[in-house]
Design a protein around this ligand. Structure first.
Ligand code: B3K
Ligand code: ZN
Length: 890
């Protein structure tokens, strides 16, 4: 396995114009005839044709209908004696493959008796020999043949051209996709499925057929996905003028899938988790995820499919942009400013708890990486979530209208092409020549090339005499693997100034004729810059990086009073939340810095508790927002602030803080529970979901306080709620309140839950996940996880199930996983190896659980290192896992 470098990009030596694929589908041996029209790329010196292939059995190769010589070279099929000249020629390749042996779930595989494909990034080469790279775009015709009784539904990309009967109980369907596409967007599905259908008319009057295909018993769970699809189509047309370009658009759900979903042209394939929902079986979070993933895959139809990536180093071109689009879609759907802020806070929380650690650890890489060994390892939070922030900063620098202009220009220039991240930023800048983005484009593009999270320091000083407030901003960025020195970034900082009474002050920079709005965005582009605000009547509190205007770590020496003021009054909801988080984090770090691990007094200062009480009881604030404010920063986020991490100490501390919040606000939690517990007939809208979330937290807090004191009342109420809840959100919140506080009613509730939902795989995943992430009591988490893996419903082969048990324990149960005896890490090593034998992509994800091992305190550090070395020393490791552990030890 050798590394591939971005700098080595060369255009393909051949183009493929058309592809005709014929499949004779059989689980044990599927026959594939691939008939292509190719021509030499005149821009490239004449050379052999090298086609990618993996785990294929080659039967025959014909050039222009005649047999030809060929050789094999490291999996590639090499053809040297091709017709001379620029004339197109025809190449026919017959291969077979074994879908039922395909446990990797890449290429063509079988899930519950149905055929599915997954081709991104390099699965197409597991179906046939091909130029399996995104810059080779062809027009596809696909003929599917299969037994009719076993596989009544035959689907592929584009439009159905004809279908009919064959001999021996077989039938066929012929599909044609009018749009040229790279091979990674190819898809087929064949099996027993049923569809929810919807006809829609677009603005231009064109008619489209929408279908959501699922297994027969699941049809009643497809309404939300269909609604989400219709909303996505309307949104892309309204906000960006981008219409649906196909007569038919299909979504198909499978329960065996390596990730969330896949944007194959006209035939999206989804993990069932992001399609199926009913109020009885799915939580509010599930409903929200379905809306955003359906949106995400649909939006790829333009940002990804119509304009695709030149090479895989440009992955963020489509992923960062499409995440940005799905985030905006969810915000626009949420409606109210406060619901938008809640969504923003949730997105930033993911960025800071998952991407920031990635960017600070051994796997740090730029949004546009320079090299990789296994591309599937680069579907990361950096490519996706940080990539979305890089697009968001461009949006903020050119404004909403300017961004729409930039998108328009991008499609005018590049529709139908395979392009680069540079091409996108260039279109944005060219469409907005007077913007700060255009002025500083080259420097801005460092966001694509430099890894690491920049640190911004802010220092303010106020001069009462001259009424001038000087704000000095400076930036730096720590070295990352292969990048010891960083150049300054272009950092948009949205800011406001608060007067001591919380009022927003009008902003006037020195040299400006008059005071302007109370919020503005300044651009930090130097290593250090000062801003002088004039006519500032009193010493202000700076509210910086509003709405999290750039993906940076902001340091500012706020006093507790400053933060309390922001928590009570900041007009920016994000910073209001952030002030509360900073106060709680400060309390945590203060204790962690103390020598004594037993605190003398309370962990949370009384003023903070009172401020949180005020938020909880606030008559106007949105319940969802309250719930976020009252959530203690996660263990990972706390750990990220430290140079040496003792996970057990952080875990115990955070639990103690939660208990303090539970007891100190007991009466307020009870009132919040009463006020929010009933939300009427179930609707997954943000307002009622927020009410359920706050009620759920209140119940969990009340159970926590009660369990501590041996008071049976609240656990009894939780059990009652668990039994008669009208929807999954309320039911699951009640169940998890019991499990988390460790009450004896948890066991009968879990049993009852399993009995109620046996046979519903997605709900049983929740049941497993809740137990695998349950707080460790006396080292019992690991044996409990091993026990769960003995359960008849457990199987490692199904990615959702593996994630619900193994990943939940290794990634979402720090107190149970980081054991002083190292047994958690040994379990991890064992599972990485077991998974690697089945499914390298999923194994490589799990392999990332110990990324941050080097910062662990002893004895954890040595034990973690030993576990990683054990994996690294294993013979026959996949490229996927080898790359991850090699970097980790690097
Ligand atoms: N593009 C796919 C991800 C493919 C992952 C391949 N290992 C889903 C998405 O981002 O929409
Ligand atoms: Zn995507």
């Amino acid at each position: 396995a050798t590394a591939i470098h971005r700098q080595d990009y060369a255009p393909p030596a051949y183009w493929i114009d058309t592809v005709e694929l014929t499949f004779d589908l059989d689980p044990a041996k599927t026959r594939v005839l691939n008939k292509m029209r190719l021509r030499r790329n005149p821009q490239v010196p004449a050379q052999a044709l090298r086609l990618d292939g993996e785990e294929l059995n080659l039967a025959r190769v014909l050039v222009n209908g005649a047999g030809t010589s060929f050789k094999m070279d490291g999996g590639q099929l090499v053809l040297e004696n091709l017709p001379e000249g620029d004339e197109p020629f025809e190449l026919e390749i017959f291969t077979t493959c074994a879908p039922d042996k395909n446990t990797q779930l890449s290429g063509l595989y079988v899930s519950e008796g149905t055929f599915f494909t997954q081709c991104e990034a390099q699965g197409f080469r597991r179906i046939t020999y091909f130029l399996d790279r995104p810059d080779v775009m062809a027009t596809y015709s696909v003929l599917l043949r299969a037994d009719k009784a076993a596989y009544p539904v035959l689907l592929s990309n584009g439009n159905l051209v004809e279908s009919g009967e064959l001999e021996d109980g077989r039938h066929f369907a012929r599909w044609h996709d009018p749009h040229r596409k790279p091979s990674y967007l190819f898809a087929l599905v064949a099996g027993k499925l049923v569809a929810r259908e919807q006809k829609i008319k677009s603005r231009s009057g064109a008619e489209h057929l929408l279908q959501v295909w699922v297994r027969a018993g699941d049809l009643h769970k497809t309404e939300h996905a269909m609604n989400s699809l219709m909303a996505s189509i309307a949104w892309d047309e309204a906000r960006f003028g981008l219409p649906l370009d196909l007569e038919r658009f299909m979504i198909v759900a499978t329960s065996d899938f390596n990730m969330g979903a896949m944007e194959n042209k006209g035939l999206n394939i989804f993990n069932t988790k992001y399609v199926l929902a009913s109020p009885a079986t799915a939580t509010d979070t599930d409903f929200a995820h379905i809306e955003s993933v359906v949106g995400h895959e649909y939006f790829h139809n333009w940002t990804g499919n119509r304009v695709t990536c030149r090479d895989w180093f440009q992955l963020s071109l489509k992923e960062g942009l499409t995440v940005f689009r799905d985030q905006e879609f969810s915000m626009d759907m949420a409606g109210s400013p406060s619901a938008r802020a809640v969504k923003r806070i949730e997105d930033v929380r993911v960025l800071r708890t998952v991407q920031f650690p990635e960017d600070a650890g051994p796997q740090a890489h730029p949004v546009r990486p320079d090299s990789y060994v296994e591309i599937n390892n680069f579907y990361t939070v950096t490519i996706y979530e940080k990539g979305a922030e890089v697009v968001r900063m461009q949006h903020n620098l050119v404004g909403r209208e300017g961004f729409a202009r930039g998108m328009k220009l991008y499609f005018e220039r590049h529709d139908g092409q395979a392009v680069t991240c540079d091409d996108f930023a260039q279109a944005m800048a060219d469409a907005n020549p007077d913007s700060e983005l255009a002025r500083r484009l080259d420097q801005f593009k460092r966001w694509y090339s430099q890894a690491g999270t920049p640190r911004v320091r802010a220092e303010g000083s106020y001069d009462a005499q001259s009424q001038i407030y000087t704000l000095t901003l400076s930036q730096s960025c720590a070295p990352t693997p292969g990048q010891p020195d960083k150049q300054p970034f272009v950092i948009p900082v949205a800011l406001g100034l608060l007067a001591p009474d919380g009022r927003a002050l009008p902003l006037q920079l020195e040299g400006e004729p008059e005071a302007g709005a109370t919020e503005r965005t300044v651009v930090l582009a130097e290593a250090r810059q000062s801003l002088r605000f004039v006519n500032v009547p009193e010493p202000p509190v700076p509210s910086l990086l509003r709405g999290f205007s750039a993906p940076v770590l902001l340091e500012c020496d706020y006093s507790d009073e400053d933060l309390l003021l922001m928590l009570a009054h900041d007009g920016d909801a994000f910073n209001r939340w952030e002030a509360g988080q900073r106060l709680m984090l400060r309390a945590a770090l203060r204790q962690l810095g103390a020598d004594d691990s037993k605190p003398a007094g309370p962990l949370l200062p009384p003023a903070l508790v009172e401020a949180l009480r005020a938020v909880l009881n606030h008559p106007q604030l949105d319940p969802a927002f309250k719930d976020l404010v009252l959530t203690v920063p996660s263990e990972t986020y706390i750990a990220e602030q430290l140079d040496e991490v003792d996970p057990q100490r952080i875990h115990a501390l955070r639990e103690a803080m939660r208990l303090e919040l539970a007891t100190a606000l007991r009466g307020d939690w009870a009132a919040a529970w009463e006020a929010h517990r009933d939300t009427g007939a179930y609707r997954p809208d943000p307002l009622s979901a927020g009410r359920r979330a706050l009620a759920g937290t209140a119940l969990a807090m009340l159970c926590l306080a009660a369990c501590q004191e041996g008071d049976p009342v609240w656990p009894g109420k939780a059990y009652q709620r668990f039994k008669d809840a009208g929807n999954m959100t309320d039911r699951f919140n009640a169940l998890s309140a019991l499990v988390v506080c460790g009450h004896e009613l948890a066991q009968p509730a879990l049993e009852r839950f399993h009995a109620l939902f046996r046979g519903d795989a997605l709900v049983i995943d929740k049941w497993f996940a809740l137990q695998a992430s349950a707080p460790d009591r006396g080292g019992r988490a690991l044996p409990a996880v091993r026990q769960l893996m003995q359960h008849p419903d457990f199987q490692l082969r199904n990615p959702n199930r593996a994630r619900s048990v193994v990943f939940s324990y290794c990634n979402a149960n720090p107190g149970g996983f980081h054991r002083a005896d190292g047994a958690g890490y040994a379990f991890w090593a064992e599972q990485v190896l077991a998974l690697d034998a089945l499914n390298p992509q999923v194994a490589a994800r799990l392999a990332r659980s110990l990324d941050r091992w080097a910062r662990l305190a002893e004895p954890y550090r040595a034990a973690a290192r030993a576990a990683i070395e054990r994996v690294a020393g294993h013979d026959g490791l996949s490229n996927d896992v080898r790359e991850v552990v090699t970097r980790a030890l690097g």
